[in-house]
Write a protein that binds this ligand. Structure first.
Ligand code: ADP
Ligand code: MG
Length: 280
């Protein structure tokens, strides 16, 4: 499936000193084996690109406020929230019940528009997109894990995990393979055909994590992901979230009541009466 860039042979690249051809997907592929010193240079370059990517801002929230109208009454929920996260960062958000944690995640995850202020994800203000494009953006860019797994009971573990990829299919992508790999990663290869009702609470939440990562989201938002789990399952799910956040290079935001979980994050915020403040 490779076609040569130049007729009769590969073009010579004076900068790199290697012959190369180009794949049908437009990626350059070496025609001759790459020398060891060049491999070292290339892998150094790849690491540099990865570091730069990690440092890029992936989420920027500016003066976000949110209120709800309840008849003649106005409920102020989020007040003037600003924060910025790089692509590789993770944060925990704690706060008392009713302080606005879920509402904040809904605004960041593009489920609820802010009343004022802006949310930028990967240089895009999703709330400026018309509804069908917003739904597609959300499907591609955001992964959610909720306290109650929200798995569909009539579908198998594999089908539940595949679900986000079926909404807006990407031609040529082997989504089933990706789902199987993720389920292997969360330790559930032996439960692919199970319905959620036959799984333990921890297993269900691990499926929810795999499903959230199905479309390789830039933003992984977790609302009390371990709230319904016993200690050892909570630890297992938390370990997975951290590992997959690093492997998949997603921004990870976890809302939690668990101090033990929050303490695992270097960066922590607290919400009180809709105001977000960074913990020391
Ligand atoms: P938390 O997740 O911190 O427990 P929430 O974000 O769910 O808090 O809710 C914060 C406040 O906003 C609560 O007082 C809740 O009743 C109110 N609230 C949330 N959603 C709505 C809504 N759709 N309409 C009116 N009030 C809402
Ligand atoms: Mg909540």
């Amino acid at each position: 499936m490779r076609c040569l860039l130049a007729r009769g042979g590969a073009k010579r690249n004076p900068g790199l000193g290697i012959q190369r051809s180009v794949s049908l997907q437009g990626q350059y592929v070496p025609k001759k084996p790459i020398s060891r010193s060049l491999r070292v240079r290339l892998s150094g370059l790849a690491s540099l690109v990865k570091v730069l990517e990690c440092l890029a801002v992936g989420l920027s929230v500016s003066h976000l406020s949110k209120h709800f109208e309840m008849g003649s009454h106005r409920v102020e929920v989020l007040r003037n929230i600003s924060m910025e996260m790089k692509r590789s960062e993770s944060v925990a958000v704690t706060g008392p019940s009713g302080s606005g944690k879920s509402t904040l995640l809904h605004c960041l995850g593009t489920l609820t528009p802010p009343s004022s202020g802006t949310v930028q994800i990967e240089d895009e203000n999703p709330f400026l997109l018309p509804e069908p494009k917003l739904a597609k953006f959300r499907n591609r860019v955001v992964g959610f894990v909720f306290q109650d797994h929200h798995l569909l009971p009539q579908y198998s573990v594999l089908e539940n995990t595949l679900m986000p990829a079926l909404a807006f299919p990407t031609p040529g992508l082997d989504v089933e393979q990706r789902a199987r790999e993720l389920l292997h990663r969360v330790g559930l290869s032996h439960r692919l055909d199970y319905r959620p009702g036959l799984l333990s609470g921890g297993e269900r939440q691990r499926v929810a994590v795999a499903r959230a990562l199905m479309n390789s989201p830039r933003l992984l938002l977790c609302d009390e992901p371990t709230g319904n789990l016993d200690l050892s399952n909570a630890e297992m799910v938390a370990d997975l979230l951290f590992e997959l956040h690093e492997e998949e290079l997603t921004i990870l935001i976890v809302v939690t009541h668990s101090q033990a979980l929050a303490d695992r994050f270097a960066r922590r915020y607290e919400i009180r009466e809709g105001r977000l403040s960074r913990e020391a």
